[in-house]
Design a protein around this ligand. Structure first.
Ligand SMILES: Cc1ncc(COP(=O)(O)O)c(C=O)c1O
Length: 445
């Protein structure tokens, strides 16, 4: 599998049959971006049941950072599976759990000693952080941001505010959560411009929420995605995260960085917060942590993780096979220089997308860090009216051409390829994207 095939008719017969079986037996709550039914994948290439090949710039929603089935990860999974598959790190002492906790605790930014809890999914890491923040501070309140996605379990979904669909029919949400505007400079909630704004959106948390409806002494934590993911791949301006940290310090509020999507090298640093030199009190990781094996981590400052035995745990969390995959993933990220690669190729990708934006009617904004790159589509560059259908159509048109992308936010397209992607593959992705965009632009004339 080297280059994507030009796919003209999708789904093929085998994929169509799978889509039908899915319709009859699988929960209808799964959204399914397009009729992709995968047989196998290697590196950046995905092959469907009908033999169509796709260049993967979605990576299973920013998960397969080392590429699909990286040989070192596969070997580590195999070796561990022949030794021990499960023991339960909650009830017994699992050396694999402990070794990964040691590595992550040492890797996390900042000088203060850390401790790590391992779970199975991003939502579980967030859930653990939510519980720990309340437990440690004895305060019920939490601040999160509009556009945030923190997961779908009851606590995590209460923190989420990217689509009202996620709340609809599930209320009441967990009480004590307030949502405030994110630093989305392209669409500043306060109609201000950076840097003249002096980061007024952070001041507003204090001046509006803390002074009117949410006493800061009742706030346990501010949960933040250092780069907002599902909300639209939004990069906050320099100084914003630092100012948020200072606000937290002023009121003894914990700063929780949800790095489930931005972590593990995606932005060109192991943790996105490192771009701004900020040390959170708690960090949540999942997705790319083990190249596709289900594991998550909640890393907290030692003094914060003060709950007693039994207060929190998980049967499967930190499963030894997943821990082995995570160790191999970290080795690959370091030894194959994937941070440097994400930085370099991300710059190329954004530069080319910006060139495309200059000629395109639809591209309103190109943004990102490393290989976490978003392209926001608008109907009009002055009014910035959201081009929701067009964003969806571009992703579908890319799929038909053999490129896997996903939307994010109401009207953006995200590029989150494996960090192992080559410069030539980035070129291929760009030319398919340009072609698909031209098709959609010609349709919406
Ligand atoms: C920032 C962030 N947090 C949490 C989650 C939830 O992760 P999971 O789907 O593994 O529960 C996601 C998933 O997209 C995410 O992007």
């Amino acid at each position: 599998m080297t280059t994507p095939s030009l796919v003209t008719s999708l789904p093929g017969p085998q994929a169509a049959a799978i889509v039908e079986r899915n319709r009859l037996s699988v929960t209808p709550s799964l959204p399914h971006a397009y009729p992709l039914a995968v047989k196998r994948a290697q590196g950046t290439m995905v092959e469907d049941l009908d033999g169509n090949r796709f260049l993967d710039c979605a990576a299973g929603i920013a998960v397969c950072s080392t590429g699909h089935c990286h040989p070192r990860v596969v070997q580590a999974i195999h070796d561990q599976a022949t030794r021990l598959i499960h023991i339960c790190g909650a009830d017994f002492y699992d050396p694999m759990y402990i070794a990964l906790a040691e590595r992550l605790s040492n890797l996390a930014p900042g000088q203060s000693p850390k401790r790590t809890f391992l779970g199975n999914s991003g939502a579980e890491a967030v859930e653990a952080a939510f519980k720990l923040a309340r437990y440690h501070t004895g305060r019920p309140g939490v601040v999160t941001f509009f556009g945030a996605f923190h997961g779908r379990t009851m606590g995590a979904v209460s923190l989420t505010a990217s689509k009202s669909l996620y709340h609809e029919g599930f209320g009441p949400m967990v009480p004590g959560v307030a949502h405030v505007p994110y630093a989305y400079c392209y669409r500043c909630h306060y109609n201000l411009t950076y840097p003249a704004c002096n980061l007024a959106c952070v001041d507003a948390i204090e001046d509006t929420w803390f002074s009117r409806s949410l006493p800061p002494e009742q706030v346990a934590a501010i949960f933040v995605e250092p780069v907002q993911g599902e909300g639209g791949y939004i990069v906050p301006p320099d100084g914003w995260l630092k100012k948020l940290r200072a606000l937290c310090d002023k009121y003894d509020i914990l700063l929780v960085a949800d790095e489930v999507q931005s972590g593990m090298g995606r932005t060109g640093k192991m943790f996105a917060v490192e771009h701004w030199g900020v040390e959170p009190d708690i960090i949540c990781l999942a997705k790319a942590l083990a190249s596709g094996m289900p594991i998550s981590a909640m890393i907290a400052r030692e003094g914060v993780m003060d709950w007693p035995p039994g207060a929190h745990g998980s049967t499967f969390g930190g499963n030894p096979v997943c821990c082995a995959a995570a160790q191999a993933t970290l080795d690959v990220v370091v030894e194959e220089n994937l941070l440097e690669k994400a930085t370099r190729l991300g710059e190329t990708l954004r530069a080319n997308l910006n060139d495309l934006a200059a000629e395109s009617r639809l591209i309103g904004d190109v943004r990102g860090l490393g290989l976490m790159v978003g392209v926001e589509l608008v109907k009009d560059k002055h009014t910035k009216a959201r081009a929701k259908e067009e964003a969806e159509q571009v992703v579908q048109a890319c799929f038909r051409r053999g490129l896997l992308l996903l939307t994010c936010g109401p009207n953006s397209v995200r590029f989150a390829p494996p960090l192992t992607i080559t410069a030539a593959e980035i070129d291929t992705a760009l030319s398919i994207f340009a072609d698909a965009l031209a098709e959609v632009e010609s349709m919406s004339l």
